[in-house]
Design a protein around this ligand. Structure first.
Ligand SMILES: *[C@@H]1O[C@H](CO)[C@@H](O)[C@H](O)[C@H]1NC(C)=O
Length: 395
């Protein structure tokens, strides 16, 4: 090829590269160190993080907030949108909450994203430093309400990937009133005695995917509240913890339902519950429908399969003692392993709203390693397929 032609094609190639790659690569990075954050874990980095957020949020180009290795002391912080473009928070370091729990006090939130669309949080560790707060509650002192570690409120197109959350005061990760959320490769760790430290709590949200996530905590590994739709959970490891729970529902009379929830390919180890649906024994407009549990291993789980519609602590606030929550179309398929209690399958549905269209297929649960387990069926209709152990109590 003549030299001029080579030069010409090169130019064309590079121009294309410039135009196309650059339009894609036209993102801008804001390093929190450049906003005055110190990675010593002692200097308050809240304001520097907020300044980095303002810069990123007002950027016309897609923006990355970068948090290098090291520890950053962060007090209650709100990352508010809407922002001009998408934002990635890339964390190589650890965000630490103040060790004095009064510093988060009654804020309810430690790290809060609110009305932010197209937000990704990649990597990083959140250390909620919850031990002092749990102690305060255990001693029944006059404690503040406490704080959830990371919350997304009214956020759409959210990704949380590779994050580790340690010792939250209350819930670790909360997804509330969001659409299109992906949580993957997340690790959640708190002691089994830590109160109300749910791993992931979802409510009023549509289109949430949780995959490849391990949760060891003191309350539900995943709790699913009213108005949750199209939730997909795959490869979850739970335990210790209180299991994957739909509920508690019927907390309020006017409640939207939970529908189209799938949990597959997951393992429960030493958890209080496995697959739980729980509602208060009182009137409600709520419902639970189209729930699918498939390929679930139970290792020494107290209540591997449980529907409990009789929740009424201290027998207060449940005048009729019957739950208004209608549960139907729940499928349990290929659930196997060991129960630490004799009742491995326990369906206590509402006397006023019996569970219906419940399908159980290929269940093999034993009491401890090889004793025969039992099942309880109250107010439930459905059908079975394949081998069912413990004995099938569905009529
Ligand atoms: C149920 O949820 C899944 C995602 O988990 C979604 O792909 C599917 O379209 C939903 N089905 C309905 C009927 O909405």
């Amino acid at each position: 090829m003549p030299k001029a032609l080579v030069t010409f094609w090169c130019c064309v190639f590079f121009s294309f590269r410039f135009i196309f790659l650059n339009s894609n690569a036209s993102s801008i990075t804001y390093n929190v160190l450049n906003f005055g954050a110190k990675s010593d874990g002692k200097s308050d980095a809240t304001q520097p993080f907020l300044k980095a957020w303002v810069a990123a949020c007002t950027s016309v180009k897609a923006a990355t907030i970068y948090v290098p290795r090291g520890k950053y002391l962060i007090k209650s912080i709100t990352f508010r949108g809407p922002c001009k473009n998408k934002i990635t928070v890339k964390i190589d370091g650890t965000l630490v909450a103040p060790s004095d729990y009064n510093a988060l006090g009654n804020s309810g939130y430690w790290i809060l994203f609110i009305k932010v669309n197209r937000i990704s949080v990649i990597g990083g560790t959140l250390d909620g430093n919850g031990a002092g707060f749990w102690d305060c509650r255990k001693l029944g002192k006059n404690c503040p309400v406490g704080a959830r570690s990371i919350t997304f409120n009214w956020a759409n197109d959210v990704v949380v990937s590779g994050l580790t959350s340690l010792n939250s005061q209350l819930m670790h990760l909360v997804i509330n009133s969001c659409k299109n959320v992906m949580v993957k490769n997340v690790r959640i760790i708190a002691p089994d005695f830590s109160p109300n430290t749910d791993g992931i709590h979802i409510q009023s949200s549509i289109g949430v995917i949780i995959s490849g996530t391990s949760i060891q905590t003191g309350d539900d590994c995943i709790s699913i509240g009213p108005a949750t739709r199209n939730l997909w959970m795959n490869k979850i490891q739970c335990g210790p913890g209180h299991g994957v729970s739909i509920g508690s529902l019927a907390r309020n009379y006017n409640e939207d339902g939970v529908q189209n929830v799938t949990l597959i390919n997951s393992v429960f180890t030493g958890s209080d519950n496995g697959l739980r649906i729980k509602s208060w024994a009182r009137a409600s407009t709520g419902f639970v429908t189209n729930i699918n549990y498939q390929n679930i291993m139970m290792k020494n789980v107290d209540n591997p399969i449980i529907i409990d519609q009789n929740y009424c602590p201290n027998n207060q606030g449940c005048p009729s003692q019957a739950s208004g929550i209608k549960i139907n179309q729940v499928t349990y398929q290929n659930i196997f392993g060991t129960s630490t209690t004799q009742v491995a399958m326990n369906f206590e549905c509402s006397p006023s709203n019996p569970c219906s269209e419940i399908k159980i297929q290929d269940i093999k649960l034993t009491y401890l390693n090889n004793k025969k387990a039992q099942s309880i069926c109250k107010n439930i209709k459905g059908n079975t397929e394949g081998v069912i152990l413990p004995d099938n109590c569905l009529l």
